[in-house]
Design a protein around this ligand. Structure first.
Ligand SMILES: [Mn+2]
Length: 428
């Protein structure tokens, strides 16, 4: 230990010393960077048996999809505050997404929303994305903005309105075909506002029939991810209010249909990690919409309110990855409306939160947890999770980022990059 410390000190100052005399500079490859030093200490703090190379590989393979709408001005129903430099076109949104990817190295995919990102020629979008090192992720139809959708879209009592909604989703499938997207991400605002307004069971059948048409239009390697939300904008009933009903429909449709969990779409106090575990077990967990909430569907930035919950969710996901291997195909997407935080910085901050939750979850001592569970050691089991959650994974992430060739501190690097100021000047 003594000699290790001594050697470390010598390597750090970057010189060979003989007694008090410096004989020559240390070659670059022998210098130990602060990142490596911190990583060494981190490594030494881990219990025996942790496969750190596997953890590093998993972190490098992590993929978080960012939403085009997270780069544009968006906000609550009260006021949309303009952010200087907020992206105005799908091309500017891609440029911002490319900046997030340049800083983090794990966000190649960008989700599009139609019609917010509607263009005449989607090939141009694909080409520009490729030029920026990006690909197109999920396509999100919009079934809540048109006048005709007052009573619903695919559940509307009038078959002509249902057809309009179905045609719009089919247009999105067409866009998937052009852009190479494999995921159709469906969220419905359908529901009723007052008792007696419509017939629940008829609406359920309209929903099933409409989605069947969409399902049949998907290629074998494309998926429809069905998102649920327990209320809002409808306040009496919502046609897809929870994971159970979304999964019921997904099961009826078939293997190309799965459930999408949006962290903000549950009643307060819902145990989301439990839902995640059950969906994994049923082979129906298709995707995530990351965000954070304090009260309802607040759309705050990921990890801002309850990072422990995010960690517990990732603990289930890591267990799922280990148990199911490639069978588990989850689209990890951010869906938040950070209307008061600067767009690109908030996105990088969110990606970092997700990375951190994943890193901590990868380091849970799962064998020890299993033993504690089997022997009924409740305190011990909880402490195993808490130990992993409390672990500072900054040195691990810094070291992984260094290997990936991205800034060791993405948010700081972005804030020092001048990008925000540059686009504010260019875009206004
Ligand atoms: Mn969502």
């Amino acid at each position: 230990m003594q000699s290790e410390l001594w050697q470390e000190r010598i390597l750090f100052i970057g010189k060979y010393w003989v007694g008090s005399k410096c004989i020559r500079d240390l070659p670059d490859e022998r210098r130990v960077s602060p990142v490596d030093k911190a990583y060494e200490r981190f490594k030494n703090s881990l219990p025996d048996g942790v496969d750190l190379e596997k953890v590093r590989k998993k972190l490098m393979e992590q993929e978080i999809e960012t939403p085009s709408w997270g780069y544009a001005d968006s906000g609550t129903r009260f006021k949309v505050f303009h952010q200087p430099g907020a992206a105005r076109t799908v091309f500017e949104k891609l440029e911002d997404a490319a900046m997030v990817h340049k800083m983090t190295g794990i966000t190649t995919k960008v989700a599009l929303h139609i019609p917010w990102d509607k263009v005449d020629d989607y090939q141009k979008v694909v080409d520009y994305a490729r030029e920026l090192g990006l690909t197109i992720g999920a396509i999100n139809p919009n079934l809540f903005q048109d006048e005709e959708y007052k009573l619903g879209s695919v559940c509307h009592p009038d078959s002509a309105v249902r057809k309009k909604a179905i045609d719009h989703i089919l247009e999105c499938v067409e866009i998937m075909n052009i852009t190479g997207s494999k995921v159709l991400s469906l969220w419905l605002a359908d529901g009723t506002n007052y008792p007696g307004q419509d017939d629940f069971r008829e609406r359920k059948r309209r929903l099933e029939d409409s989605l069947q048409v969409v399902y049949d239009a998907l290629a074998d390697d494309q998926r429809i991810l069905i998102e649920y939300k327990f209320f809002e904008p409808a306040f009496y009933h919502t046609d897809l209010p929870d994971w159970g009903m979304a999964t019921l429909i997904a099961k009826k449709l078939g293997p190309k249909a799965q459930t999408l969990v949006d962290l903000g779409h549950h009643p307060l106090g819902t145990n989301i990690e439990h839902i995640v575990a059950i969906l994994i077990d049923e082979g129906k967990l298709g995707g995530f919409h990351f965000n954070s909430k304090k009260y309802a569907d607040d759309d705050l930035t990921t990890g801002s309110i309850n990072p422990y919950e995010l960690f517990l969710i990732y603990h289930e996901l890591v267990k799922g990855e280990e148990d199911c291997g490639d069978e588990l195909d989850v689209a990890y997407m951010i869906d938040q409306s950070h209307n008061v935080k600067p767009k690109v910085a908030a996105m990088i901050q969110s990606v970092e939160q997700i990375q951190m939750a994943y890193a901590k979850a990868l380091l849970v001592d799962r064998d020890a947890l299993r033993s504690a569970q089997q022997s009924g050691d409740i305190v011990g089991a909880e402490m195993i999770l808490r130990t992993a959650y409390d672990r500072d994974v900054t040195p691990l992430l810094a070291s992984v980022r260094e290997e990936m060739g991205v800034p060791v501190n993405p948010l700081e690097a972005y804030r020092n990059s001048g990008y925000g100021e540059k686009v504010a000047k260019e875009r206004g």
